[in-house]
Design a protein around this ligand. Structure first.
Ligand code: FAD
Length: 448
């Protein structure tokens, strides 16, 4: 324990809490991390949520800062493009960014394990598992935990408490009882279910390995990300209710007929599809919006506890990792005044938390509705060509969010402007034939 430094309690040893503990210990603070779940590192399963995640620039930047980039590379698979699967089994391809730019499929359990192991090796970090936060004294900065095995209660006093306890945050729920705390929890009409495409007999992948696969079907979609063991994890994003929905697919026949009609190639790839569909849970998707994220210099929310979002931009974890990176940067300036530090942090991050939620909903519609559409693919081609020629004038929205440091709120603003320009360009007569002409280029320049 360092003598002159503060003691910080981190609630939650998920992806964000464990990464944050590394950043803070590297600054010399004493960190105690309390996690509700048991230490499942041997079974590498910290969370029942999605098996693999898309990791991109913002996440990598934070991992790089704590020296973990290379270790995470070893457990991740680059995905250079989207592969769209149509109902009649036709494939269309769309690169994610420039040549060699990729998003990476990384296993949640392995990543969480790596982060906890790395943090635990640092002298200043201690983890306590089976410790569920049940209350916080926001004024005195005392947190209470129940041991989930013995039911005994402990009180922990520290200089600061950081709530990295995810969507259903207990820390946030205590803050909710303070005056003027704004809170919104909104579930969308769709939920998700994961289905595994097993490897070939020789261990190879059944679909193109270095790609994210999408089966866009209008109001719903299926996606698949590759795993290291040769399998793919598919996620079906599907309405809970309605004519075609989780609630309407119950019997074996209904499930079989639906997949045969809608995702015939997937049915061929997953021999036990009906069993998986019936056994694997259906989980909800939603957002959390709240404000403030801090109480004086005592309590701060970070990651999903403050800005959980729907997963359609693949940015929930990435934005949480960026939270850690930005918080660490602000420590440089404000370490002697934690009221200021917390305040600057929420000023900087709140607008970006809101923006990534808006962007995520926007991308849901784009992925499920538009990726199969010729006009959309044409738009992407026009944008790509223009941005290659004028990289300082135009970066496609997806690249701003996924491959750049441009803040989410700025990306949203610029993205809206670009979308309006593209709407005007796409109604040009015969655009499919003239899209790469100088005339179109000049028209975009005029509109910018
Ligand atoms: C289907 C799906 C797909 C996703 N795909 C992507 C993706 O491709 N890319 C991406 O960037 N993001 C993705 N996300 C989002 C990502 O999973 C989250 O943003 C990320 O897990 C947030 O990390 P966190 O540490 O803030 O919260 P969590 O991962 O939820 O961790 C919170 C931790 O706190 C613990 N905890 C909770 N309550 C208490 C308590 N009372 N006391 C003590 N501990 C407690 C929990 O057990 C957990 O370990 C996806 C999410 C879903 C649902």
């Amino acid at each position: 324990m360092s003598l002159n430094k503060k003691n910080i309690t981190v609630v939650g040893a998920g992806l964000v809490g464990s990464l944050l503990s590394i950043f803070l210990a590297n600054r010399g603070y004493n960190i105690n991390v309390y996690e509700r779940r048991k230490d499942k590192r041997k079974n590498i399963d910290f969370s029942s949520r999605s098996i693999n995640l898309a990791l991109s620039h913002r996440g990598w930047k934070a991992l790089n800062k704590v020296g973990l980039e290379n270790k995470v590379k070893q457990i991740s698979i680059p995905m250079y493009r989207r592969v769209m699967h149509s109902i009649d089994r036709k494939l269309t391809f769309q690169p994610y960014g420039k040549k060699n730019q990729a998003i990476f499929s990384v296993p949640r359990g392995k990543l969480n394990t790596l982060l906890v192991n790395t943090a635990e090796k640092l002298e200043l970090v201690n983890f306590y598992f089976n410790k569920k936060c049940i209350d916080i004294d926001l004024e005195k900065s005392i947190s209470k935990f129940e041991d989930t095995l013995t039911e005994s209660i402990i009180s922990v006093s520290s200089d600061h408490i950081i709530g990295a306890d995810g969507f259903y945050s207990k820390v946030r729920s205590v803050m909710q009882k303070t005056h003027r705390f704004n809170y919104q929890q909104k579930f969308i009409d769709h939920g998700y279910k994961e289905i595994e495409i097993p490897p070939n007999a020789d261990g190879t992948h059944k679909l193109e390995l270095n790609a994210l696969h999408i089966w866009p079907r209008g109001n719903f979609m299926l996606i698949a990300l590759p795993n290291l063991d040769g399998s793919f994890t598919c996620t079906l994003f599907f309405p809970y209710e309605g004519e075609i929905s989780f609630s309407s697919l119950e019997t074996n026949d209904q499930i079989f007929n639906f997949f045969k009609k809608t995702f015939p190639d997937v049915l061929d790839l997953v021999p036990d599809l009906i069993d998986q569909y019936k056994t694997n849970p259906t989980s909800p998707l939603g957002i959390i919006r709240c404000y403030p994220w801090v109480i004086n210099d005592k309590v701060l929310l970070i990651g999903d506890s403050s800005h959980a979002t729907v997963p359609f931009y693949g940015q929930g974890m990435n934005s949480g990792f960026e939270d850690c990176y930005i918080f660490d940067q602000l420590i440089d300036k404000y370490q002697n005044n934690w009221t200021n530090l917390f305040d600057k942090y929420q000023n900087e991050r709140k607008k970006n938390g809101d923006a990534i939620q808006d962007l995520s909903m926007y991308n849901f519609i784009e992925m499920r509705d538009r990726t199969g559409d010729d006009n959309f693919l044409l738009q992407k081609r026009i944008e790509k060509k223009f941005s290659e020629k004028y990289p300082n004038k135009w970066l496609p929205l997806y690249s701003m969010v996924t491959f750049s440091d441009i803040s989410y709120s700025e990306a949203l603003k610029i993205g809206k402007k670009q979308e309006n320009i593209m709407k005007k360009i796409l109604v040009t007569p015969n655009i499919e034939k003239r899209w790469d002409s100088i005339e179109i280029e000049n028209k975009i320049l005029d509109l910018l």
